[in-house]
Design a protein around this ligand. Structure first.
Ligand code: ARG
Length: 458
């Protein structure tokens, strides 16, 4: 079972082996380990450290292992310590002693760092694809409600009127920053540690640059100690997916609120709701809550990894074996949420009338009226006070700003004219929103159009 050979006279104690063992969680790296073994083999062969004959045998055995790992006919057993030793056992079972030749010039330290990079790159590419699908679903929903007037909130209080499409489209912008960050991460993390060996590189005539290229990396590690000990790419990836989780969780929270009896704005489809074991009438937005809740598991991986790294001498230390648990847990927690979110959003329906019925509550047009005054030459501070007084006046009389006769408005400010009617009422106040990126019609249409093109790959 032990790989470290002649130096030892005893096998490790069972408890030590159990503590050491990682194969039950790092086995998912097996396809990447085999890929990097093939790249390493090519370099051993081209530098004549292995004969063509031996290399061909090893190549064939590695390829067989690849399909056996994929279809489950080869897997780890109770005596395997980690993914690397399990696969080396597989090779030796096929080839006898020559199976061990592949170990020349590499160590599990550079192997595991390489495997984890390859795995993380695939996982982040998959995350990007899922994000794009989610953006498409969000934009389709935004288009569906692009002309639906809605209450916009700050502090969860009625603030200004926006179109509902704007509310939904905002998430597409947030996810786009996630995509940008992933792109940036992909570029920075595309570094191959293979060839760094245990820490120092090798005296053998290897070509880390060639293995890097063969594995699709942009570069090879410029410092072998950094190569085996750098886990920045993991820390960054965890932060990136945490932010994706946070963005998803904020959607979950909003839709939970919108689905309350008090709001009654959104209906989540039955397939995405659950009942109660005791209350027959219940239809709970558990899916949204689980999306929100799971984000805790994703974000927890960031401090976990930073704590692992912070006191670690910057070379390979066995602590690093623990890095993978958080990565796998975080990705496994996030993936199903990202996968189901698009269809949940596609199936959600908004109660337009219910939303509209609250549009005239809470003086959503007050800011538009103040901006009307500013356009008439009133200093902002004065305009703010004037509209504030008018709001208090309306509250005392239980009416809306639009209900006030022109004479009362003019009493508050003599510069007000009949055209003030154009900004009073939530619909008018919304129509008055003109600026780039605003919650008005032009901006929302522009967002829907722009994203339609971008999401279609245009
Ligand atoms: N399984 C280890 C890891 O995940 C790699 C093994 C390195 N072991 C060692 N004693 N240098 O980090």
């Amino acid at each position: 079972m032990a790989l470290w050979g002649g130096r030892f006279t005893e096998e490790p104690a069972d408890a030590v082996f159990a503590l050491s063992r990682s194969v039950h969680f790092d086995w998912r790296l097996a396809p990447y380990d085999l890929r990097s073994s093939l790249a390493h083999l090519a370099v051993l062969e081209s530098s004549q450290l292995l004969t063509a004959d031996v290399a061909a045998k090893i190549r064939k055995a590695l390829q067989e292992l690849m399909s056996e790992v994929a279809d489950g006919t080869f897997t780890y057993n109770d005596t395997d310590e980690d993914v690397h030793s399990a696969l080396e056992r597989g090779l030796s079972e096929k080839l006898g002693d020559i199976g061990g030749s592949l170990r020349a010039g590499r160590s599990r330290n550079d192997q595991v760092a390489t495997d984890l990079r390859l795995y993380a790159i695939d996982a982040m590419l998959e995350t990007s694809t899922l994000i794009i699908a989610l953006q498409s679903a969000l934009m389709a929903k935004a288009a569906e409600y692009s002309n639906a007037p809605s209450v916009g909130f700050t502090h969860m209080q009625h603030a200004q009127p926006v179109l509902f499409g704007h509310e939904i489209a905002k998430h597409v912008h947030a996810f786009n920053r996630d995509l940008d960050r992933i792109d940036d991460w992909l570029n920075r993390s595309s570094v191959s540690p293979l060839g760094s060996g245990a820490l120092s590189g090798s005296s053998l005539p290897l070509s880390p640059e060639a293995t890097a290229t063969a594995l699709g990396f942009k570069r090879s590690a410029g410092n072998s100690i950094d190569g085996v000990s750098d886990r920045d790419f993991v820390a960054e990836a965890l932060f990136l997916i945490s932010l994706v989780g946070v963005h998803l969780s904020r959607i979950g929270e909003e839709w939970c609120i919108w689905a309350t009896t008090e709001f009654g704005w959104a209906d989540v489809a039955d397939a995405y709701s659950t009942g109660s074991s005791i209350m027959p009438q219940k239809r709970n937005p558990d899916v949204l809550e689980l999306i929100r809740g799971r984000t805790a598991r994703v974000t927890a991986a960031v401090p976990q990894l930073l704590m692992l790294l912070k006191g670690l001498p910057m070379a390979y230390n066995r602590d690093l074996q623990e890095d993978k648990l958080g990565v796998f847990a975080a990705l496994d927690a996030l993936r199903p949420c990202l996968e189901l979110a698009p269809s949940m959003i596609a199936g959600a329906e908004l109660q337009r009338q219910r939303i509209e019925s609250r549009l005239e509550d809470g003086f959503l047009d007050a800011t538009a009226l103040m901006e009307y005054l500013i356009k008439r030459g009133v200093p902002m501070r004065t305009g703010h006070e004037t509209v504030g007084r008018l709001v208090a006046h309306c509250e005392a009389r239980s009416c809306r700003l639009a209900d006030l006769p022109l004479s009362e408005l003019q009493e508050a400010c003599s510069l007000i004219r009949e055209d003030v009617r154009d900004v009073l009422g939530a619909a008018n106040a919304n129509r008055a929103l003109q600026s780039f990126g605003s919650g008005g019609a032009q901006s929302v249409e522009a967002q829907v159009e722009a994203w339609r093109g971008r999401l279609a790959g245009g």
